[in-house]
Design a binder for this molecule. Sequence first.
Ligand code: NAD
Length: 307
Amino acid sequence: MNSTNGSGRGTRTIAFVGLGHMGGPMAANLVGAGHRVLGHDLVPALLDTAAEEGVEPAGSVAEAAAAADVVVTMLPAGKHVLGLYRDEGLLAAARPGTLFVDCSTIDVADARHAHSAAVAAGMRALDAPVSGGVVGAEAGTLTFMAGGGEAEFAEARPLLEAMGKKAVHCGGPGAGQAAKICNNMILGISMIAVSEAFVLGESLGLSPQALYDVASTASGQCWALSVNCPVPGPVPASPANRDYRPGFAAPLMAKDLALAANAARAGGVPAQLGLKAAELYAAYAEEAGKDRDFSGIVTTLRTPGKE
Ligand code: NAD
């Protein structure tokens, strides 16, 4: 139930399902902001870790949902969210009017189905995927992109701000997921563009530093170049300087681009570079890139034998 603590901030009882790389620290930040958090995950060890941060382990998702004002999910994919909502009884167990906030990155169509299922069960819903990775989840500096009603966003906002530095209301159901995959399509394409430019520059005898010095202050400037530079040297903190240890892991980029490609195909949008980027990242993430940062794709773009 909604109550007010001594500082005047509303405290809530939150069911948090999915305490993995992202969900674990996000749930801990909600506890840190003074909320009661009932956590659940299929992996018992994650419940133990979360308990050390003040999350109360719940015996089942239904038990957590029944006691909650707000249910937050942070799960791998749409099938897990829909499975929990419909088949594993999350919606059935919650009290009428409970706010469901799904922070997972899932297909836009799945997000809209999840929203409709929640509303049909007498609940309220918001999709609120994140950008910022595990580092942002731990530091509480995530960016949330939300889709759903104004009232739902306003209610969720203090919770999103306890887990992140920024929350943007992008529109109706699914709009948060749409913003997430469009942003990451820009990122995936721009990383390949920057990588191809470095490889072409190398073949023309241009040093990476010279290209960086020009492009980072000219019209080629972008995050993939100036923060996550795919070649070692110019940006000391970029994953290229630590053998492409993530960072933002290539399989997650491949996942997000596959979601963008699905949405483009479903909507009849040509998105030629987006589809090509999805194909290149799927191949990279399956082999050399399976535990590498997404910027490591540069190593697959050089002529064989010239790495
Ligand atoms: P993860 O695999 O570490 O965590 C997901 C957790 O969900 C797992 O611990 C799993 O056991 C649990 N789970 C799955 N089905 C469940 C069920 N039925 N009941 C209870 N628990 C269940 O994944 P993650 O890296 O934390 O990512 C979560 C989501 O966030 C994904 O959608 C991902 O795309 C997105 N995301 C991840 C990052 C990142 O850098 N890791 C960044 C942005 C967005």
